[in-house]
Design a protein around this ligand. Structure first.
Ligand code: OGA
Ligand code: NI
Length: 336
């Protein structure tokens, strides 16, 4: 069989290497492996979580590590201990708190099939933690016996951390602090256990690539097992856990509100061949009936995102009708 040469004749063979570009993964990775540790560390005590470094962390990385965040050591130690203990309980005990149909709270498995046919490998416990009157205690484990108290304390401490981060964000945007405080009203926890996967860790992900549908997320890496990777200039950059830090990231709603200035970065969790990873994500969002309006500073700035109703966005984010797009893409004004 004769194969017709692509137009360009005999010189065309060498053109096969010019038909596309590839992402320079290695170089960026080398550059960023040091940068990921250095650039994103903010000290809440010294006001670093307010100035230029803070702004840079939000718009370049969308992720930063926060140290001296003010959450007492014993509160962190308590929630870490009880989260690990919960996941170690026998399945029938954990299943007392199993997710019920139509509800996203409770204990369940995250065996979700992603586009590239990898399985998400993890167990999770979802809880609505704030405001207190919205809690459904039937999902709150009473084993280990200190669990509820530990969660309660950690939850209210994290509301304070989120309040101060949100206030810093307001400053950088010249935005009314009271209006900004309304962005941190509801808090939900996703406690995750990604078991070790000794046979085929490369075929499995703990959590497929996604950006968070929140306004702000605060992650506690409970047992400091590495696994989280963030997408930066097309490459997956591993984040090294720091025992003294909380990892804060910009969510989709904050990206919309800043008209894309602060980025809700895609991230994923890989599984470790030797050790299970345990984490607690705390998602901070406004009330369901709130509306997020993109802020533009100058008349010439194009509005890139639609006015977004929080409830509609949450439904879209949770639905599987995204046609392969991210929920955030639906919030963008098309044709720009
Ligand atoms: C999430 C998330 C990362 C982790 O819950 O949205 O990205 O390490 N979690 O569990
Ligand atoms: Ni996430």
């Amino acid at each position: 069989m004769e194969v017709e040469a692509p137009s360009g004749g005999s010189a065309s063979h060498s053109n096969w290497l010019k038909v596309g570009t590839t992402i320079p993964v290695r170089n960026v990775q080398a550059l960023a492996s040091s940068a990921a540790d250095e650039l994103t560390l903010l000290n809440a005590d010294t006001g670093e979580a307010e100035g230029a470094k803070f702004r840079f962390a939000c718009d370049e990385w969308g992720f930063f590590q926060l140290v001296n965040h003010g959450v007492p050591d014993e509160v962190i130690a308590g929630v870490k201990r009880d989260t690990e203990k919960f996941f170690q309980l026998p399945l029938d005990v954990k299943n007392v708190y199993a997710q019920r149909p139509g509800d996203l709270q409770g204990y369940g498995q995250a065996f979700v099939q992603s586009d590239d046919q990898k399985l998400d490998w993890g167990d999770l416990l979802g809880l609505l933690t704030q405001p207190p009157q919205a809690r459904d205690m039937s999902y709150w484990p009473s084993q280990p016996h200190t669990f509820r108290n530990s969660i309660e304390e950690y939850s209210s401490e994290l509301m304070k951390v989120a309040d101060s981060v949100v206030a810093s964000i307001a400053k950088t945007l010249d935005y009314d602090p009271e209006l900004m405080a309304e962005k941190n009203v509801v808090q939900t926890f996703r406690m995750s256990y990604y078991p070790q996967c000794s046979s085929t860790p490369e075929k499995v992900l703990g959590f497929s690539p996604h950006s968070d549908g929140s306004f702000l997320t605060i992650l506690l890496e409970v047992n400091s097992v590495q696994g989280l990777q963030i997408k930066w200039h097309g490459a997956w950059i591993p984040v090294k856990p720091r025992r003294d830090a909380l990892l804060v990231n910009v969510g989709d709603l904050l990206e919309i509100m800043t008209n894309g200035k602060y980025k809700s970065i895609e991230h994923r969790v890989t599984v470790n061949a030797c050790k299970g990873r345990v984490s607690i994500s705390s998602f901070h969002v406004p009330k369901l009936d709130a509306i997020i309006i993109p802020i533009v500073r100058i008349m010439e700035e194009k509005v890139l995102y639609k006015k977004t109703k929080v409830e509609e966005y949450a439904r879209l984010y949770m639905s599987n009708k995204l046609d392969g797009k991210r929920a955030l893409d639906h919030a963008k004004i098309s044709g720009i």
